[in-house]
Design a protein around this ligand. Structure first.
Ligand code: SF4
Ligand code: SF4
Length: 216
């Protein structure tokens, strides 16, 4: 099969989707768009809360602002320079989930399950993960050194009682995150020092060209 994107926007617009970016992603986007780091951060990319299921802790990481501002009229306007994490979706799930459960696993969180996958697709996805996934791991390590992760909790912020009261009536974790993530984001600012650290990191990192290969 050939993977077909239906451009539904579920992976780019759903407020609970969290898409981490590496500083090399920032560099690729900056070169592609002809925009400086300051023009991309914090308008398009900022520090975002990445939560763990059933935990009140969130790690702040460099990530796309969701709904993604690079999506216009139902299309990605930076497609050839899109972040590695965007390239890996849903390939990483296809590569790792049991073959007969791939659609179920994708659908549980991401509702991108209109494609059907064969054993050959899974083999191709695994090979793709070996190349692009390895680049991602490498860039991720550099990004974590450049911007050390900070952990926050809802209770760190004024007004958290109201948010917690609201969430206590909602059983679905995904629905609770739709309230919590925008609340935390209201209180997080990207400091000038973070932007300076990213720029220093970019000066010390060689730009990675990504392979044009597609998984399917
Ligand atoms: S969720 Fe799947 S089909 Fe929808 S835009 Fe994303 S990749 Fe395409
Ligand atoms: S960069 Fe492109 S593929 Fe990635 S979330 Fe934004 S619109 Fe979607």
């Amino acid at each position: 099969m050939t993977f077909k994107c239906f451009h539904c926007g579920q992976c780019c617009e759903n407020v609970t989707t969290q898409i981490a970016v590496t500083i090399s992603d920032v560099q690729r986007l900056s070169l592609f768009l002809g925009k400086s780091v300051e023009e991309l951060i914090p308008g398009y990319i900022s520090l975002n809360p990445f939560g763990q299921p059933d935990s009140d802790k969130y790690e702040l990481e460099l990530g796309l602002n969701i709904p993604c501002r690079f999506r216009k009229n139902g299309r990605c306007i930076v497609y050839s320079a899109r972040p590695i994490n965007c390239r890996l979706f849903p390939t990483w799930i296809v590569a790792r989930a049991p073959l007969n459960e791939i659609n179920k696993v994708i659908d549980k969180e991401n509702k991108c399950s209109r494609n059907k996958y064969s054993a050959l697709d899974q083999k191709n996805a695994k090979n793709y993960m070996k190349t692009v996934g390895t680049i991602f791991d490498f860039e991720n390590k550099i990004t974590e050194k450049t911007i050390p992760k900070r952990t926050v909790k809802i209770s760190d912020f004024p007004g958290h009682e109201m948010i917690e009261a609201l969430c206590s009536h909602i059983a679905n974790e995904r629905e609770r995150e739709k309230i919590r993530i925008p609340f935390i984001k209201q209180h997080i600012k990207v400091e000038d020092s973070t932007i300076k650290a990213i720029k220093r990191g970019l000066e010390n990192t060689s730009f990675q060209k990504l392979p044009k290969t597609k998984p399917f």
